[in-house]
Design a protein around this ligand. Structure first.
Ligand code: NAP
Length: 356
């Protein structure tokens, strides 16, 4: 068993660790982690490892964490009913060679990991989907699925909530970290709605890239927020940078209709504006909560089929320009992790890692 471990109180310190082969008991299965994507989203899992219990999904030695990833795994051994060795699965995986799961409700579509330590954690992360019969799956787009599927799901829910609350009719939608995949997918979906005005906020170095996407009506660097008109607007905050948030809230004040706190790509950004801000208090957007709501409204299958329908055109568009950076083995995982942590990845590219 090999693990890529990150020091919980110093995310720059990381190491690869070897231990004995994992055993499985009755009712359990052993998954061999095959391949996963690595973007700022995974770094955010580490940043909020403690605060939002992300370290608890895949427990590690004291003081160390296994960063959660989204990707593909294969059932290597199984003592669980209805789970066959050789089945290829998509789901939430540790940065490790293997994962022991306790499948419940197994059928041809996959299973839910019912391991007791995961019980109190959000259910959206527990499902392992068999690729055969998965409406999202196609073998030739595995890289895009690993990199974008969880982010696209979030973006679908952001677009859905913004439309549901009538925010598209109340001034422009400003999106920070406009060059991130979550922002791009949300903008891609919002741009399809009538009369939506989208403003991408980004770092000066990414302005040209964001403009070139052709999905935002306007691109504005973080240091030029004051150049925006002061009418009503909605803020979708994916950067989580205190200085950017403060600049937006001070600029719009009470004209800001809604401030949605989605992400934290600027994990070392300023803590400015963490106290009282002008305008509405930022509301934390947590995709798993919205999944619960829309699963109640539409049924889980209804939600998934809507997301899958929206996914395929997006996947086709993004495949035209997003270039996967392939890496193999745990040294490559470490290099990719540090690259993403330090914000060194060109937004036109993204890391996809395969394990031997
Ligand atoms: N709330 C939820 O339920 C939910 C669900 C999914 C994702 N998210 C969050 O959405 C965010 C975006 O994730 P992603 O995977 O889509 O990101 P990504 O594509 O990897 O984002 C890359 C962009 O983020 C900014 N960035 C990344 N690392 C940086 C660093 N170290 N310093 C400064 N800027 C940095 C840069 O954008 P700019 O130059 O444009 O700022 C960069 O182009 C994450 O924080 C993720 O956790 C939240």
């Amino acid at each position: 068993m090999t693990d890529f471990l990150v020091k919980r109180d110093d995310l720059r310190e990381c190491r690869v660790s070897e231990s004995g082969a994992p055993e499985i008991g009755a009712g359990q299965a052993l998954l061999r982690v095959d391949t996963f994507g690595l973007t700022a989203n995974n770094v955010t899992y580490a940043v909020f490892g403690e605060a939002m219990s992300y370290w608890d999904f895949f427990p590690a030695d004291d003081g160390w964490g296994r960063v959660p990833m989204w990707g593909f795994a294969e059932v290597e051994r199984s003592e669980a009913e209805g789970v066959k060795p050789g089945t290829r699965l998509y789901g939430y995986l540790p940065s490790s060679s293997h994962l022991v799961v306790t499948p419940t409700g197994a059928d041809e579509s996959g299973f839910v990991d019912g391991s007791p330590h995961r019980e109190a954690l959000p259910s959206a992360y527990h499902r392992y989907l068999a690729t055969a019969g998965d409406r999202f799956y196609s073998a030739d787009t595995e890289a895009m699925q690993m990199l974008l599927r969880p982010l696209f799901f979030t973006s679908f829910l952001i677009d859905d909530q913004i439309a549901d609350e009538g925010l598209t009719e109340r001034g422009p939608i400003l999106v920070s970290s406009a060059s991130s995949k979550t922002a791009i997918a949300a903008a891609f979906l919002l741009a399809q709605r009538e009369e939506v005005e989208l403003v991408g906020l980004t770092s000066p170095r990414n302005v040209e890239f964001v403009e070139g996407l052709g999905i935002y009506d306007r691109t504005v660097a973080y240091d030029a927020i004051e150049s925006l008109d002061r009418g009503p607007a909605t803020f979708v905050d994916i950067a989580g940078d205190g200085a950017v948030r403060l600049a937006v809230h001070e600029h719009y004040g009470d004209r800001l209709v809604h401030s949605m706190a989605v992400g934290f790509t600027h994990w070392e950004g300023s803590r400015a504006g963490s106290g009282d801000l002008p305008g509405p208090a930022p509301t934390f957007f947590f995709a798993p909560d919205r999944v619960v709501k829309r699963s109640k409204d539409w049924g889980r299958a209804g939600l998934e089929s809507r997301v899958a329908d929206a996914w395929h055109p997006f996947c086709e568009w993004v495949t035209g320009w997003l270039e996967p950076i392939p890496g193999e083995g745990f040294e490559a995982v470490r290099d990719a992790y540090l690259d993403v942590l330090e914000g060194r990845v060109d937004p036109r590219r993204a890391h996809v890692l395969a394990l031997p």
